[in-house]
Design a protein around this ligand. Structure first.
Ligand SMILES: *Cc1c(COP(=O)(O)O)cnc(C)c1O
Length: 368
């Protein structure tokens, strides 16, 4: 059994993918080629916003969004302590100070009821993460941001296609940041990312930043970076984007099957907020006791699982200088002890889900 089987997915779209790659190679259209523009328009339209700017990675999308919004030394950005490191890393890279707010234990996303208490005169932005494929409580976050005059930047690396009241991730904040890392729901065959926004100035800045700050080649207006999305990756993503909704729907069906089999065992299955569509980038259960023993038991039986994330962002060596301590964000810390992600992907055989549920049942019967 595999945690994620990208080869199985490739088999279903091989003809289209091979043709798309070949076309780029044939035209030696490697850098900023036609597919990049096409993908930028297609993804922007898909998300319901005006502009898309293809970049090297989701990390770069976060970084350039923060930079374009002038965040840096003296500013504070409120975010979640329960995410992939890039979320906080990019804030630190700009020179701004990340300020964590604990999560809602049901959704694993930032708890908006705790945001206002963390706002200071230095706070400039809120950076929610739509973790595991479900939007954070974005309408509440937007209301707070509006009232307190703050920017909202969405880390939607795990959530392309997820909705809240019919609107897609990346269409709520001033900027949305997408990752095309291979394992994401819309994954390239290498690194890639995109900044999506309705803000013309921001899009313009990002387009220039990704080519060393030059509007015109060799005329550099500011210090940027080298962060383009490869044409080959864009061509692959254009093929895959057409399948994304179907794949996300199938992921939901797989999640429903897990729910059906695991809930009778007393397992805490993913909580889905009302009015949202979850795209199940991960299917993450909570195991309050013996999480690691369960993972080991499953591994023994050839079922791979993952712990997203074993450490909260405030207790990492890299964030030590922020001065946080154990106990500062108990909900996030607890999630690190209890969260266990099970295999989920559109091609995952139903019988694998049955087998996983059966193994979990066996484990629980000997550990309660
Ligand atoms: C994957 C991910 C990123 C970073 O994306 P890369 O393309 O790997 O740089 C950022 N935030 C979250 C929540 C992610 O899952």
């Amino acid at each position: 059994m595999k945690f994620l089987d990208l080869r199985a997915q490739y088999q279903t779209i091989k003809t289209e993918i091979d043709a798309a790659i070949e076309a780029v190679v044939r035209e030696t259209d490697f850098i900023m080629g036609r597919a990049v523009n096409e993908l930028e328009s297609a993804v922007a339209q898909y998300c319901g916003v005006k502009h898309g700017v293809g970049l090297n990675s989701g990390t770069d999308a976060l970084f350039v969004a923060l930079k374009a919004l002038n965040l840096g030394p003296g500013n504070e950005v409120i975010t979640t302590p329960f995410s992939f490191f890039a979320t906080v890393e990019t804030i630190i890279l700009t020179g701004a100070k990340p300020v964590f707010v604990d999560i809602d234990p049901r959704t694993f996303t930032i708890d908006p009821t705790k945001i206002e208490a963390a706002i200071t005169p230095k706070t400039k932005a809120i950076l929610p993460v739509h973790l595991y494929g479900q939007l954070a409580d974005i309408s509440t976050i937007l209301a707070i941001a509006k009232k307190r005059n703050l920017l909202v930047i969405e880390d939607a690396a795990q959530a392309i296609g997820s909705t809240d009241r019919g609107r897609r991730a990346c269409s709520f904040g001033i900027a949305g940041c997408l990752s095309f890392f291979p394992s994401k729901n819309l994954g390239a065959y290498g690194d890639g990312g995109m900044l999506v926004t309705n803000d013309e100035r921001l899009a313009k800045y990002a387009r220039q930043w990704r080519v060393h700050g030059a509007k015109q080649k060799y005329f550099h207006d500011f210090v940027g970076d080298s962060s383009r999305l490869d044409t080959i990756q864009a061509a692959i993503l254009l093929v895959k984007l057409k399948h994304l909704d179907d794949w996300n729907t199938t992921r939901r069906a797989k999640a429903a099957q897990y729910d059906r089999l695991l809930q009778p065992l007393g397992i805490v299955t993913p909580y889905v907020r009302p009015d949202v569509t979850h795209i199940y980038h991960q299917y993450t259960i909570r195991v309050p006791e013996h999480r690691d023993a369960l993972a080991a038991y499953l591994k023994e039986h050839k079922v791979p699982t993952m712990t997203y994330y074993p450490q909260p962002l405030h207790l990492l060596l890299a964030t030590k200088s922020l001065g946080y301590h154990v106990g500062d964000f108990p909900k996030a810390e607890r999630a690190c002890q209890e969260a266990l992600s099970l295999p989920i992907y559109p091609e995952l055989p139903d019988k694998d889900i049955e087998r996983i549920a059966q193994l979990i049942g066996e484990f629980l019967s000997t550990h309660q």
